[in-house]
Design a protein around this ligand. Structure first.
Ligand code: SAM
Ligand code: SF4
Length: 327
């Protein structure tokens, strides 16, 4: 058996993203329909023990060194700090992506449980627009969530902002100022065709070059050398911090991708845009050994494609939306 999760293009995968629920207390227009989605029944969700077992196999056998918890909204899963405690025993980097609304209550407990880093999502700093975009009037609480994450000692705290043409692209400069003021890294993300309503179109994507020009206009930046992380990062020339741009559509990061994903219902995905999944829940619940689970992981990686085909005629949208995959 292999000692790395390596695909046929030689890419080694060391970053595991775990969706702990497909439920969410927001309905962001670029992610979920207004009426929500049918939530996965509880018995179909992986238990904390099942999640931890899969993560342990990946860490111990394949050197996975980063775990990120996501959703849906991960903080709506009951007892999330307990899962954090269990996963923190594996000794990897451990991060959370959240809409932030529960952080005023949970940040301290998550930190004590062993969580290391937090990314919050926020796409507008204007209350009315925020309410339209998320279908929930909670900007104040999300901003309190940013402060709570900083106060709890998470380092770094990052803010993800999906930029959409004609929707919030006039706020790039405001987000740059916000990040510099708070001492956090804002990461601008190109809108991807993973919304549940099929509203995505290329016209709504603000490409990386345009986002960068808007950032430069707000405050000059210089690029930092790129790593396997999907964001290209820049340093503000006046020394006031960093900013990132995730150019997933116009200049995809597939060549250096090192991520694999586990959905809340136990499906293993070798790509954000994968159309095929491996049913680890069925394996777990049929009494499979660690070796058998490892074989399934390796087989999935062996069939990974070179990269997504957005903007090509043969692009096929995955049957799951971002809220069901986890970002
Ligand atoms: N609920 C959490 C949150 O909002 O941070 C975690 C799950 S959410 C699906 C993870 C990330 O995906 C968020 O930063 C969100 O902004 C981003 N996202 C959702 N739909 C997207 C889309 N269609 N294109 C680009 N990013 C998207
Ligand atoms: Fe929920 Fe996050 Fe999707 Fe917004 S982006 S609907 S908060 S899962």
């Amino acid at each position: 058996m292999a000692d790395q999760l390596i695909d046929s293009f030689g890419r080694v995968h060391r970053d595991l993203r775990i969706s702990v629920t497909d439920r969410c207390n927001f309905r962001c227009t670029y992610c979920m329909p207004a009426e929500g989605l049918d939530w996965t029944p509880r018995e179909q969700l992986l238990t904390f023990e099942e999640i931890t077992r899969i993560a342990r196999i990946m860490v111990e056998r394949y050197g996975v060194n980063g775990i990120r918890l996501t959703g849906g909204e991960p903080t709506v899963r009951a007892n999330l700090p307990e899962l954090v405690r269990m996963l923190s025993q594996l000794g990897t980097d451990l991060a959370l992506t959240t809409n932030g609304v529960a952080l005023p209550l949970l940040a301290g407990e998550l930190r004590s449980a062993g969580l290391k880093r937090v990314n919050l999502s926020c796409d507008s700093l204007r209350p009315e627009r925020f309410a339209e975009l998320t279908r929930r009037d909670d900007l104040t609480r999300v901003l309190q969530g940013v402060d709570a994450a900083l106060a709890a000692g998470f380092d770094p705290v990052k803010v993800n902002c999906v930029v959409m043409r004609g929707v919030n692209d006039d706020e790039v400069g405001d987000f740059v100022d916000f990040g510099r003021r708070k001492g956090i890294e804002v990461r601008f993300i190109e809108f991807m065709p993973l919304d549940a309503d099929g509203m995505w179109s290329n016209d709504l994507v603000v490409p990386v070059d345009e986002i960068l020009a808007l950032v430069q206009a707000a405050s000059p930046v210089t690029p930092i050398q790129r790593t396997s992380a999907p964001a290209t990062r820049y340093r503000f020339d006046d020394g006031s911090g960093t900013v990132g741009i995730v150019s997933s559509v116009s200049d995809s990061f597939c060549a250096t991708c090192d991520r694999v994903r586990l959905t809340a219902d136990g499906q293993f995905r070798n790509c954000l845009f994968a159309v095929d999944e491996t049913d680890l829940r069925a394996l777990l619940r049929s009494g499979a050994s660690d070796d058998e689970i490892a074989v399934a992981l390796e087989q999935s990686l062996a069939s990974k494609w070179a990269g997504h085909q957005i903007n090509r005629v043969h692009f096929v949208r995955p049957h799951r939306s971002m809220s069901q995959i986890g970002g």
